[in-house]
Design a protein around this ligand. Sequence first.
Ligand SMILES: C[S@@+](CC[C@H](N)C(=O)[O-])C[C@H]1O[C@@H](n2cnc3c(N)ncnc32)[C@H](O)[C@@H]1O
Length: 264
Amino acid sequence: MRNAQAPWSGFDSRAYVNANYLELHDEDAEIISIMRDHFGDYFREHHQDPVDQDPVIGIDMGAGANLYPALAMLPWCKEITLVERSSRNLGYLESQLESYDENWDQFWVTLRENPEYRAYDGDPREKFREVVHVVPGDLLDLDLVAERGPWSVGTMFFVAESMTTEREEFDRGVASFMRALAPGAPFFAAFMEHSEGYRVGDEFFPACDVGESEVYESLEPFAGKIDTLRLKRLKAPGNLREGYSGMIVAYGRRNLDSDIPVDR
Ligand SMILES: C[S@@+](CC[C@H](N)C(=O)[O-])C[C@H]1O[C@@H](n2cnc3c(N)ncnc32)[C@H](O)[C@@H]1O
């Protein structure tokens, strides 16, 4: 099933939040602990000069009904763009702008275990309201980047492999995310490993069967040179989300190459 064939307008955001983010699961806590150190280290070292851009602007690609990637960028960003294709997820995200739901507080508390997050002493709800913008968009549409990017920090959680069965669309999705980032920009991405697809509410959504080597290959042209591209596999605890064998996180910084072929 290609990306355009999946029933995105039937994505049940509330059912998805209830299943995945009402409580903080162990695997998300582990992901957050890696991500907060990656972003915290980067911004501590580059606070004068975040990828030569001022202000810092962030993007979460395919934000769906998950606010924690945006919360992870919040302390440093003057603007955060949440790009999403599904109308119901767009509605969910819009509903969170004014004052996000209490279930997201535990994610913020976990981020604040890192001192760089604790150093931000503002009200996260107020900052979220001020800086976050929800934008309907398609990850596979390169015009988005030309019109609004490049971004100085970015996240993409369970999107490129969880939107199609096709390897070519997976690669294109990863490439599109990485192209949205400015040279040197720190990024953090998460992937379901060997997913067979997933059910949300009454609808079934496609997934592309990828493992560590496919994730590495898709990112290496965009992140392999400036810094070590890091991958970590988290083992799935029981049957939290059906039909997959684990999760993979990949993080690093966008490289400085400008001559990557556009069809990658
Ligand atoms: C498995 S969900 C992940 C949602 C969220 N990022 C998370 O961490 O839970 C996949 C998301 O990708 C979105 N999506 C699917 N195709 C897309 C596309 N072409 N462009 C942008 N988002 C897309 C879906 O609507 C959905 O929100």
